[in-house]
Design a protein around this ligand. Structure first.
Ligand SMILES: [Zn+2]
Length: 148
């Protein structure tokens, strides 16, 4: 049986954490298909700081949100792995690994703006859940041995 994946992988790049730990982490760019033939670009950063402190960061890069938006809009969701699930929280871009990213004329949607918009909030968490469930790198990241 073939299992269709809703994720198209574009490229994965390596970066170094700027929190002070300096550890390498990967950022995977791709496209998530969801709903009725819809899709959204994403970037997934799997960050593991010292002491096995793991974080799943997802940026959803959608089209304009309002008439004033001239470019793509970006929503950031932060996942904190727990024992058997991931606690997800929408965050401001400034608190994410993309704090210094060039938005190229686009706009970062604030946590407040997402959380006050029920459809946007549901969309963000549904996309996050899909990426966490289907992305090929997440399971290994969550279940890697604690190590050093
Ligand atoms: Zn770090």
């Amino acid at each position: 049986m073939e299992t269709a994946t809703p994720i198209q992988y574009l490229e994965t790049t390596g970066r170094f954490c700027t929190c002070g730990c300096g550890r390498p982490y990967s950022v995977s760019k791709g496209v998530l298909q969801y709903g009725e033939g819809r899709e959204v670009d994403f970037e997934l950063a799997l960050v593991s700081h010292a002491d096995n402190d793991r974080h799943v960061w997802l940026a959803l890069i959608s089209g304009p949100w309002t008439d004033e938006d001239a470019g793509n809009c970006r929503v950031v969701i932060h996942g904190l792995p727990q024992d058997d699930r991931i606690n997800a929280r929408v965050e401001d871009l400034a608190d994410s690994p993309w704090a210094n990213v060039d938005l190229q004329g686009g706009r970062a949607i604030s946590r407040e703006e997402v959380m006050s918009n029920e459809p946007a909030k549901n969309w963000a968490f549904e996309c996050f859940n899909d990426v966490v469930q289907y992305h090929k790198d997440v399971a290994a990241f969550l279940h890697a041995d604690a190590g050093d």
